[in-house]
Design a protein around this ligand. Structure first.
Ligand SMILES: [Zn+2]
Length: 520
């Protein structure tokens, strides 16, 4: 039986249009999904929208409309944007789907019956942005750290999930499974939260309807709705058919959640404790990404300095945009988005390195080998080094993707492309063809054969990262169907797989250089 792989994006909150940060998280999950599919694993890719909670109710009130219509509008905006961009998700889930609401109520009732939920009176400082009571750690200078607004003092009777009963287990699990949360600094952050007893307690999971009625009603008390995070996290189960769908059995053990660091606590603390209370094992990995800043400002739905992913795709192309996002942001760290940096990346890596290699190799193959992959002459250490590097690169890419380090995978792929460019410079087939010394044709054939084999490996390895470009390159190499049967990483490591005589095609530049007008 083949292995399974289940990847999710965070479900996106529907109070603003999709921005660059959302496109980054979805690009990352999409790349992981595509890679695992090409590795022959049965893959399920879930994205969607998170639609309950106070902020949606606030937007609706300010617009004089209903929360459902606000949710519909933004949920459609996300789904349509992701479809237009070309992400390969299997399902777009909405937390207002009746089926999801049923599953949330089933789980609430089960945890309640198991004595894991308690009714208590609580007084504290409540942040409308966070939709929860804050602890001291959440505040700075009397304001919520995330929302830069003052919380309100409130007293309420509410239902609490006895989350703290699971903290010891969670800390032990994090110690025993160092790659459960990656990169490591976020795991350490969570262990710190668990050690610091003042920081975390039980989780308030209800909101009185007198204050908020936009949510899923508690099955055991109709005066309350469910806290939005408790409802939203459960989408990862609903999406694969919990409790009794066949996909649930197949996929849950391989679950990998891609999230931004701003939602670490719900995913790294609330969620594993909830899963334990439900009687399920934790996910396999939590992949935590950093933030994109734009001109030094955090990109977020609350602060609103959004960059439209669709506009960027239209200007630069989807592959160039996702290449930049995945390559420039070291997984887990923050990075600054500027158009100049994007253009530099496109020009240096995609146009000058990869694009140049493709056009040189295919133009010379047309010119000196009649437009087919030539029959090589004897190979030497230079050719063997390239073949060896292709195999090493395939292994490194596999390892990097499985560690969720796409920037490192891309670094390795482009180092291979760079090495083949240098090999071409050293062999200088154009010079050999011009000088026409004895045996020149065989030497040129060997060089071009080697370059063509390397291009095949590069195209296969790039397919999950540059899903529009890789098929074009494979078509020019005369193997348009290669992705249908390819298995990564082994097929990318296979040398001599492109048969001599295979017809190749020149073509327009894959990534034309972008000229930026200099301002004086
Ligand atoms: Zn807040």
């Amino acid at each position: 039986m083949s292995r399974a792989f289940y990847v999710t994006t965070p479900i996106y909150y529907v109070n603003a249009d999709p921005h660059l940060g959302h496109a980054y998280g979805t690009s990352l999950a999409d790349t992981l999904a595509r890679y695992h599919r090409l590795a022959g694993e049965e893959t399920y890719f879930l994205t969607g929208s998170d639609e309950h909670g106070e902020k949606i109710a606030e937007v609706a009130a300010s617009e004089g409309t209903t929360p459902q219509s606000v949710a519909d509008r933004y949920s459609n905006a996300f789904r349509e944007t992701w479809e237009t961009i070309g992400f390969s998700f299997d399902q777009f889930i909405r937390t207002t789907d009746p089926h999801h609401c049923d599953v949330v109520q089933t789980i609430l009732q089960r945890i309640y019956d198991a004595g894991q939920i308690e009714f208590r009176e609580y007084e504290g400082l409540y942040c409308v942005g966070c939709e929860r009571f804050l602890t001291e750690r959440d505040m700075e200078g009397g304001k919520c750290r995330d929302h830069e607004r003052e919380p309100e003092r409130q007293k309420e009777s509410n239902y609490f999930f006895k989350m703290s009963e699971h903290f010891e287990w969670l800390a032990e699990t994090l110690e025993a499974r160092p790659d459960l949360i990656r990169p490591e600094r976020y795991r350490n952050e969570v262990l710190g939260m668990l050690r610091d007893e003042s920081g975390l307690g039980d989780l308030c999971i209800s909101r009185p309807k007198t204050r908020l009625d936009w949510g899923i009603e508690l099955p055991f008390d109709s005066n309350y709705v469910c806290y939005v995070w408790f409802d939203a996290l459960i989408n990862y189960l609903t999406g694969i058919g919990y409790p009794d769908g066949p996909n649930f059995e197949k996929y849950w053990a391989s679950a990998e959640h891609v999230i931004g660091k701003d939602i670490l606590k719900p995913h790294a603390v609330f969620w594993p404790c909830m899963l334990r209370a439900i009687g399920l094992p934790p996910y396999r990995h939590l992949d935590v990404t950093g933030f994109w800043n734009v001109e030094g400002r955090k990109l977020s739905k609350s602060l609103g300095n959004a960059v439209s992913p669709l506009a960027l795709k239209e200007r630069f192309g989807f592959d160039a945009l996702r290449y930049f996002l995945l390559r420039d942001l070291a997984f887990g760290s923050d990075s600054d988005f500027t158009e100049a940096a994007l253009v530099r990346r496109i020009n240096a890596d995609l146009a000058n390195n990869l694009g140049n290699l493709v056009s040189r190799t295919l133009n010379m193959t047309a010119r000196y080998a009649g437009g087919t992959v030539p029959e090589p002459g004897p190979t030497g250490p230079d050719e063997q080094a390239i073949a060896q590097l292709a195999a090493t690169t395939a292994a490194q890419v596999d390892e990097s993707v499985r560690r969720c380090e796409p920037h490192h995978a891309l670094e390795c792929i482009f180092a291979l492309s760079d090495a083949v460019n240098r090999y071409l410079e050293e062999q200088a087939p154009w010079k050999i063809a011009k000088e026409q010394a004895d045996g020149w044709e065989k030497r040129v054939a060997t060089t071009l054969y080697t370059s063509c084999q390397a291009l095949r490996s590069l195209a296969l390895l790039l397919a999950p990262f540059l899903p529009e470009t890789a098929p074009v390159l494979l078509e020019r190499l005369g193997i348009p169907d290669a992705l249908e049967s390819a298995r990564l990483p082994d097929d990318a490591a296979r040398w001599d797989a492109l048969a001599p005589g295979t017809p190749t095609q020149k073509g327009a530049a894959l990534f034309p250089r972008i000229e930026i007008e200099k301002s004086n």
